[in-house]
Design a protein around this ligand. Structure first.
Ligand SMILES: C[S@@+](CC[C@H](N)C(=O)[O-])C[C@H]1O[C@@H](n2cnc3c(N)ncnc32)[C@H](O)[C@@H]1O
Length: 227
């Protein structure tokens, strides 16, 4: 598979066999997805949810089972991913928006819950620092921001070690190394993972409080932050 220049084109192409590819290429992907429902505070029940970089809708599908009454806004730059979501959630209270984050006019004080599953690592450091205050403003008071991702920068002294473990994981599913080579080209061009502590610092600066890791295995992490 050829790596595309833009995120939208890249994920249009990726959408074909997306969940299986993610499960076999991203360590702990199913567990990190389940955190979006399993690690919510007791009694938390959102009426309005924003799924940031929704992909084929795996996070929304889980949340919908637990919170069928809520309204879901799904935002993604990939038309093919959103086409899958439209099919998947027909008849549900779901609005799909095809847009890059930078072009979306985030409403103020609209959402009880904002989720970002493996989407924020596509933003570089400057873009992450830009979006955190916007997410803060888009949440209602006491609203929750929840995020799963790889949280280690490419400059971290454990990064090469992480990559080697990751390679073993991917090659256990695709032994011919072709998938790994494709994934690393994608990772080189499109991924800008950041250390958790760095992101925590930016989240605090944006106004968030009670930022904590809900689950992690090494640098594969899920965290929550409260407005
Ligand atoms: C790795 S997928 C994750 C999808 C889904 N959240 C999941 O956990 O399976 C990343 C998604 O984020 C979207 N995305 C990445 N950067 C984006 C941006 N700047 N604006 C809009 N969508 C973006 C991609 O199109 C893709 O569908």
């Amino acid at each position: 598979m050829e790596v595309k220049d833009s995120i939208a084109a890249e994920f249009d192409q990726f959408s074909g066999n997306y969940t299986e590819d993610m499960t076999k290429c991203v360590p702990h992907y199913p567990k990190l997805l389940s955190c979006f429902t399993d690690c919510l505070p007791d009694g938390f029940s959102p009426d309005t949810v924003l799924d940031l970089g929704c992909g084929n809708g795996n996070v929304t599908a889980l949340l919908l089972k637990q919170f069928p009454h809520a309204h879901y806004t799904l935002l993604d730059a990939s038309p093919e991913m959103l086409a899958l979501c439209k099919q998947r959630f027909v008849g549900n209270n779901v609005t799909c928006i095809e847009r890059y984050f930078r072009d979306y006019h985030f409403p103020r004080c609209r959402f009880d819950l904002i989720t970002a599953s493996f989407s924020l690592h596509h933003l570089d450091s400057g873009e992450k620092q830009w979006i955190f205050p916007i997410l803060f403003d888009a949440l209602k008071p006491e609203g929750l921001f929840t995020c799963s991702d790889l949280m280690i920068s490419k400059q971290h002294d454990q990064y090469e070690r992480l990559r080697e473990d990751w390679r073993l994981f991917v090659n256990s599913h695709y032994p011919d190394e072709e998938k790994w080579n494709w994934l690393m080209e994608h990772h080189r061009l499109h991924d800008h993972p950041e250390d958790y502590e760095t992101q925590k610092h930016w989240l605090l600066r944006a106004g968030f409080r009670e930022i904590s890791i809900g689950w992690n295995n090494g640098y594969w992490m899920y965290f929550t932050a409260t407005k």
